[in-house]
Write a protein that binds this ligand. Sequence first.
Ligand code: CAA
Length: 258
Amino acid sequence: MSDFSFIKTSVDEQVATIVLNRPKVLNALNRPMVTEIITAMEAFDKDEAVKVILLRGEGRAFAAGADIDEMANDGPIDFELLNPFAEWDKINFIKKPILCAAHGFVLGGGFELALACDMMFAAENTSFGFPEVTLGVMPGAGGTQRLTKLLGKTKALHWLWTGDKFSAKDALDYGIVNRLIAPELLQEETEAYARRLANQPPLSLRLIKEAVNKAVDHPLEEGMQLERKNFYLLFASEDQKEGMNAFLEKRRPNFKGK
Ligand code: CAA
């Protein structure tokens, strides 16, 4: 993949990894870095050799927020013209599973990026939070929306109004995090989970993701209709024939993503 300045990428056993790589500033997300993350995600989404995308951070943090240096002198017209959050919105259109391995600090824009992933695994020592209020601003890349959908209004308001950090255990209890992992095992265990997903039938993963995301924001009836259409659609796939024949023939299926 093309040269990046702020991230590192690799592919191993059908799992593409994107590493946030500005460790000296705790992976503070500047705009070019966000563009690089999205560029890599979109390329991996199209790459047949990739089944799952995994995001993690180099150094002491996953990411301690958007880059405060970069935006400190911005005015609203700069934001209007640059439209930086349009880049972030593109994550919503990635079809493959995106896993996040979170550790250290997951704050502000870093937390928003982690919440935009499909699943999050966190080291036991991770601190989460939205400190934007302490800077006189508020989250702008989906934080108020995604946190509230997960926690409900009153808990979300507490964390957003105070800017306090909460622990990995809290994040697990709130349903933000799928699993807590010892820091030294975080990468290994998240990769193992990603490889497990990479061996599942890719079209099923893709259409399940679409249906589950529909459930978050739409009425039940609408979600049920999409679920049914996706269910029918999978019967047009070679993997459905392979999966069911393998069951009947008592052998392991060999899925092709077709
Ligand atoms: N932007 C720019 N630089 C940052 C940064 C950020 N968000 N977070 C950390 N850094 C830099 C620090 O300035 C410091 O750089 P120098 O060594 O050049 O001084 C370096 O990273 C290491 O940080 P600290 O020395 O502060 O490390 P620490 O262990 O003492 O503290 C911390 C860690 C509590 C995470 C602290 O760095 C911190 O509070 N960071 C800012 C967190 C924050 O406010 N994030 C929200 C940003 S706004 C946002 O994200 C808006 C949005 O919704 C899009």
